[in-house]
Design a protein around this ligand. Sequence first.
Ligand code: MRU
Length: 353
Amino acid sequence: MEAKPLDLPARADHAILWRNDRLYLLDQRVLPAAEAYLELQSAAATAAAITDMVVRGAPAIGITAAYGVVLAARQGYADAPSDWKTAMTPGLDRLARSRPTAVNLFWALERMQAKIDALGADDPAPALLAEAQAIHQQDLAANRAMGDLGARLIEARTAVITHCNAGALATGGYGTALGVIRSAWRDGLVERVYADETRPWLQGARLTAWELHKDGIPVSLLADAAAASRMAAGGVGWVIVGADRIAANGDVANKIGTYSLAVAARHHGVRFMVAAPTATIDPQTPAGADIPIETRDPGELLCCGGQRVAAAGVDAWNPVFDITPAALVDAIVTEKGVVMQPDAEKIAALLAG
Ligand code: MRU
């Protein structure tokens, strides 16, 4: 991956940019201390950027992978114009291996594959680029729609808690959970956002707080372990989070720590909302236990800011997502509508509608 200067100030809604026929990603590993775009020149480099967390968040991973398919096709057509579909296969395979949990990755790759299957012998890049851009724009539109739907569930002005980053940075723009929060703030329904710092990558401290602060939405950072105490102190009406995959029965995979938030919310009578596009719902996965949970390098926990904090020889367990059972979810908000108290029947009806 090579950093190329791009004459643009870093913006959360410009996390993924296609400019002058090139793919740029805002490097989320270094925000907010540095605001730098990386140019990705191949599908393999794009896949590595997803694995390495340059770009993260389920919808953003899917959109990025779609642009990665364009890069794979462009290279395949340059290498083997008469057999570009075969030539691009390694790039597609590498993209599919980049991260396992967010189903939006596989959803986007399947949608791009359907386009590939329909193309003939001509240069595939223009048609595939149009499809990737449609995926990008449709995600932004979905976020705006679910933002408004989710905001309507908030009956009275309240503080809310969010976890990880489910904002513009994690999507095509506006955000899923932060989209709901943005719409609710616009409507005078949000007093303050408590953002869990989200160990160990600190998506809440580094990304969510950056996004909300830039928008002038009052935000206070919470140590993850402080969320239950914050609920007990009162004044928090909703926990609002995103999702990496929602199983057919309504179980939700999201950033590690979401499950404990949901348990604490139920205990304290705080309501629990999951905002996610229908692309995040995986009807092929019956229940949460069937969702593949990514486990990352123990070093992410054993070190902090590049410094080892645990004694040499100590091991760590580092699953980066967990499953919140549907029974702990009050509302799933999608661009197609809201499912209250989700179950398999209601999810199937939503997808059929
Ligand atoms: O590991 P990450 O940063 O990719 O995890 C992201 C999350 O868990 C988000 O909450 C989820 O993808 C929803 S993003 C709109």
